[in-house]
Write a protein that binds this ligand. Structure first.
Ligand code: HEM
Length: 390
C-alpha cells in the first residue's frame, strides 16, 4: 500500500515539472551539502536546511536566488525591507497573533462552514466529490475572506484561486534564475493590483474581527498590509490546496483512512503526516550573503543554496499515523527561522477541515478518478474524485 501512495506522489512531481522530480530524487545524494553545476549548493539534509534557514547573517532570501528577489521586481524595492530588513522583524512582531490556532479555526469556520456542510452531505449521500476542485474552491473562498472580497460562489472562488495561481506561476522556472523578464513583471503587477483592489477600503473600514481590520489595529500601514495580502495569496494558495487534496489521497492509498475512521482523535497526526509527505513547497532557496562554512564546505558570498525540503522530509518513510515527532525535521514543511510560514496554523486548520469533511460520515472512501496537474508550480491533483460507497 505505501508503494502505491509513493507511486502516485511521484507521478504528481513528474507531471508538475519533470526537472523538479529529477532534482528532488537525485537530490537524495546531496547530503550533507553538494555543489551542483548551474544550480549552486544543494542540500537535502534536514539539519543543514535548518542551519541555513536560521543563519540570517549569512543567508538571505532577498538577493538573487531567493523568493524576495523575485517579488521585489513585482511589488517594488520596499519589499527588501519588508521581507528581510528591519521592516520584516517589525511585520512579524506585529503579525505574530494574526494566525493563531484560535484565529485559524475562526477563519475556517467563517469562510467555509456552509460549503463544507454541502460537501459532507454530498459525500454522505454517496455522490461523487472532486476533492481537488473542492480544495481550490475552499482556498479561493479563504483568499476572498482574507483580502476583504466578501463571500464567493464556487465559480468565482475558482476564478480567484486561478488568479492567485497565475501570480505564483511568475515564479515558475525560478529555480535556476530569479530575474524576471519585463513582461513577467508587468503581468504580475496587473494581477496584484486586481487582487488587492479591495485592500485599501477594507484596511480603512473593516472591523478588527477581519484580517485586514486587525492589520490596521496592529499598526500595519496600508503599504505593509497590501504587501502582506500579496504575500498571503502567493504563499497560501496552491500550497494549501495541494496539501488538502493530496492528504485525502494518501490516507486512501496507504489504507490509513481505516485507522483514522476508527479513531478520529488521530486527525492531528493525519494532518502532520500529510504535510510532511506532501511538503507542498518542496524547495526553499537562499542566497549566500557572506562567506560561510557549512558542513565543512566553504560557501562564497553571492552563491545560491537550494534546500530540498521535500527530499529531507520524505526520506523518513511513507505516510504513517504512528510516526512519532521527528526532532530533526520538526516542521520543515513550513520552513524554519524568521521566515517560518506565517500561515502555518491556518494551513493546518485547512487540511484538518478537509480531512474532517471526508471522514465525517464514518465510512471509507474510494478514489473514482484522479489526474495530476501538469506544469504546476506546486505538484497537486487537477482532479481527485472520491465517493463513499454505502
Ligand atoms: C500547506 C500549506 C503551506 C505550506 C506547505 C507553506 C510553506 C511555507 C514555507 C516553506 C515558507 C518559508 C519560505 C522561505 O523561507 O523562503 C512559507 C512562508 C510563508 N507562508 Fe506559508 N505555507 C503554507 C500555507 C500558507 C498559508 C495558508 C498562508 C497564509 C494565508 C501562508 C503564508 C505564508 C507567509 C506570509 C510566508 C512568508 C513569511 C516570511 O517571510 O516571514 N502560508 N510558507
Amino acid at each position: 500500500m505505501p508503494l502505491t501512495a509513493t507511486r502516485h506522489e511521484l507521478g504528481l512531481l513528474l507531471a508538475a515539472r519533470p526537472a523538479l522530480a529529477v532534482l528532488l530524487l537525485a537530490g537524495r545524494a546531496a547530503v550533507p551539502i553538494r555543489r551542483v553545476p548551474r544550480l549552486g549548493w544543494v542540500s537535502a539534509d534536514p539539519r543543514i536546511a535548518r542551519e541555513v534557514l536560521t543563519d540570517h547573517r549569512s543567508f538571505t532570501l532577498v538577493a538573487e536566488g531567493g523568493v524576495g528577489h523575485l517579488w521585489a521586481q513585482v511589488l517594488g524595492d520596499w519589499v527588501y525591507d519588508l521581507f528581510d530588513g528591519p521592516g520584516h522583524h517589525d511585520l512579524r512582531t506585529r503579525a505574530r497573533d494574526l494566525f493563531t490556532e484560535a484565529t485559524a479555526t475562526r477563519l475556517v469556520t467563517g469562510a467555509w462552514a456552509d460549503r463544507l456542510c454541502t460537501a459532507r452531505d454530498d459525500l454522505a449521500s454517496g455522490a461523487e466529490v472532486d476533492v481537488a476542485d473542492l480544495a481550490r474552491v475552499l482556498v479561493g473562498r479563504m483568499l476572498a475572506s482574507l483580502l476583504g472580497l466578501g463571500d464567493l460562489d464556487d465559480a468565482r472562488a475558482r476564478t480567484l484561486f486561478a488568479t492567485g495561481e497565475r501570480l505564483a506561476a511568475t515564479a515558475l522556472g525560478s529555480a535556476a534564475d530569479t530575474t524576471l523578464t519585463p513582461d513577467a513583471v508587468a503581468g504580475a503587477r496587473v494581477i496584484v493590483d486586481d487582487l488587492t483592489r479591495a485592500v485599501p477600503d477594507a484596511w480603512r473600514t473593516a472591523p478588527p474581527s477581519t484580517l485586514l481590520g486587525r492589520c490596521r489595529e496592529l499598526g500595519l500601514g496600508l503599504r505593509e498590509t497590501t504587501g502582506l495580502a500579496a504575500l498571503l495569496m502567493v504563499a497560501g494558495t496552491e500550497t494549501a490546496a495541494s496539501a488538502m487534496a493530496r492528504s485525502v489521497a494518501l490516507l486512501h492509498d496507504t489504507g490509513e483512512q481505516h485507522r483514522l475512521l476508527a479513531d478520529p482523535t488521530r486527525l492531528p497526526d493525519a494532518v502532520r503526516e500529510g504535510l510532511r509527505v506532501t511538503t507542498p513547497a518542496p524547495v526553499i532557496g537562499r542566497s549566500v550573503k557572506r562567506d560561510v562554512t557549512v558542513a565543512g564546505r566553504r560557501l562564497r558570498a553571492g552563491e545560491r543554496v537550494l534546500l530540498l525540503t521535500w527530499t529531507a522530509n520524505t526520506a523518513r518513510g511513507a505516510f504513517d499515523l504512528d510516526r512519532p515527532y521527528l526532532p530533526e525535521n520538526r516542521q520543515l514543511w513550513f520552513g524554519a527561522g524568521r521566515h517560518l510560514c506565517l500561515g502555518a496554523a491556518l494551513a493546518r486548520a485547512e487540511v484538518g477541515a478537509m480531512l474532517g469533511t471526508v471522514t465525517a460520515a464514518g465510512r471509507p472512501w474510494v478514489v473514482q478518478r484522479r489526474r495530476a496537474a501538469r506544469r504546476a508550480l506546486v505538484p497537486t491533483y487537477a482532479e481527485l474524485t472520491v465517493r463513499l460507497p454505502h
